[in-house]
Design a protein around this ligand. Structure first.
Ligand code: ZN
Length: 134
């Protein structure tokens, strides 16, 4: 893994959180994007090399809605950039980590992504992401 690509934060109200994080970072978000398949609206900020992804559920079946219901707002996942997501998924599965999706899927911000189950990593939801070729 190369670096922390972004940190995902689950929020109840994206518009409010956007205002708050704009004040916190003293700069506006650079992107708003909905990922229909995941039932989320996202907003991205860039702080140095690392991005912050705010996530709001767009329907009650969204994993973000379930997360907030169970644990409240807060840090939802940590995403690591990988060079080759397919080989990294294979390696991690062989090491005994549980993959949530067996094939990489399309994520926000032009990425192929895969989630590792928090049960297999001390309660931390980890996302692997690889930038798609443009
Ligand atoms: Zn993410």
């Amino acid at each position: 893994m190369r670096k922390v690509e972004h940190i995902g934060i689950a929020v109840k109200d994206l518009a409010n959180a956007n205002e708050l994080f704009t004040k916190l970072f003293n700069q506006a978000n650079y992107k708003l994007e909905s990922v229909q398949s995941e039932g989320v609206s996202t907003s991205f900020f860039k702080v140095g090399e690392t991005k912050i992804e705010l996530l709001e559920a767009t329907n009650e079946n969204s994993s973000i809605a379930k997360f907030i219901e169970k644990r409240g707002e807060g840090i939802h996942h940590i995403a690591f950039e990988v060079e080759d997501i397919d080989s990294e998924m294979q390696r991690l599965q062989a090491e005994g980590f549980q993959l949530i999706n067996q094939n990489p899927k399309d994520g926000a911000d032009n990425k192929r992504i895969c989630f590792l189950h928090p049960k297999s990593i001390n309660g931390v939801l980890i996302e692997l992401c690889q930038e798609k070729a443009k």
